[in-house]
Design a protein around this ligand. Sequence first.
Ligand code: ZN
Length: 151
Amino acid sequence: MMSDLDQLYQDLILDHYKRPRNSGCLPHADRRAEGHNPLCGDHVTVFLKVRDNVVEEVTFQGSGCAISTASASMMTEILKGRTLEEAKRIFEKFHALVTGSAAEQDAGADLGKLEVFSSICRYPVRVKCATLAWHTFKAAAERQAAPVSTE
Ligand code: ZN
């Protein structure tokens, strides 16, 4: 049933909101970036340690709504241990998922738990919450100096 699935998704988002994974600053990070979503008031800083093009460690710190926090938490779980190229591809898929631009049968492919965000595309304001940490990760990976804003 769709409602059961929605409930499952909600539970997973709340779980990551209440107990975010990989949260906190990373003292030996070699890259970091800040992101801000003025529409909702979400702030996030993403810390990265990259070695041989692989994301060895990724953490985040900030304050935001349940969606932005849960998305950041799940992002760190899925991106840890990936190459920067893989991380970029996963972000592209995730972005397509939450903006509703992926073909329905492809949506969620290889995204695992991130599929919980598939219904976000119906709420454009929430898309910015869900993608903030990802844009910030990308900025950190590419060593962008300017803070990220979703506006
Ligand atoms: Zn938000």
